[in-house]
Design a protein around this ligand. Structure first.
Ligand code: ZN
Length: 220
């Protein structure tokens, strides 16, 4: 049986985690597990939790761990039954408690030795400026960064859908998310270091191609 690979990508919002995940997905056939996507799929169901998630996330808050983790474990169950060669975790863990739960889950599914943890580093200021300018395709969910050639496009380059500002990308929401990153997510890096996991730091303020090349160096 071949070994599964679990890639965890940490970084401030706008660091390109989603973009790099997509590239890894294409190159290695890894399954993509983005918390953002999982949550957005959940709020399409307009029940109590769907509506509340929409409201909480729209205000820049985090989904409570109990809720996100339930959705998460459902995904892991599916992955366990598939014969995939790995998956990418984007947007989780958001706090130490979640990293610990995730460790428990990985141990349960017998994947605890499969981890590769990347931290894509961009400054807070860079994150803010990227987030206030990027767009989301209303049809396919593709995120279009406001950089380089993408500055000119008016419709989604993949499906032709209308582009809009992401609903959690308004300035107050962004500030709140960046604060949460400093307070809750950054300490995860120390948690992993203390528990003998290697953190691979990547300079996220380079071109998409260079960031990807740096990641590939560590996935031989
Ligand atoms: Zn699209």
């Amino acid at each position: 049986m071949h070994k599964k690979r679990i890639i965890i990508i940490l970084g401030r919002a706008g660091s390109g985690k989603g973009t790099q995940s997509k590239l890894l997905e294409e190159k290695f056939g890894f399954k993509y597990m983005g918390s953002g996507n999982i949550l957005r799929a959940r709020f399409k169901k307009k029940d109590f939790t769907g509506k509340k998630l929409d409201r909480v996330l729209g205000g820049g808050g985090l989904a409570p761990t109990a809720i996100i983790f339930k959705l998460w474990v459902d995904e892991l169950e599916k992955i366990k039954q598939e014969d995939s060669n790995g998956f990418i975790v984007d947007g989780s863990p958001r706090k130490i408690f979640e990293a610990q739960l995730m460790d428990q889950a990985f141990e349960w599914y017998e994947w605890e030795r499969c981890l590769r943890i990347f931290y894509i580093d961009i400054s807070r200021q860079e994150s803010f400026s990227r987030l206030t300018t990027r767009k989301l395709c209303g049809k396919c969910g593709r995120i279009i960064p406001y950089i380089g050639e993408f500055k000119k496009i008016e419709k989604c380059d993949k499906c032709g859908g209308e582009l809009k500002v992401r609903h959690d990308d308004h300035p107050d929401g962004i500030k709140k998310r960046l604060d949460l990153f400093e307070e809750e997510t950054k300490p995860i890096i120390d948690y992993y270091k203390k528990t003998d996991r290697e953190i691979i730091e990547i300079n996220g303020e380079q071109s998409i191609e260079k960031v990807f090349a740096d990641i590939l160096k560590h996935l031989k």
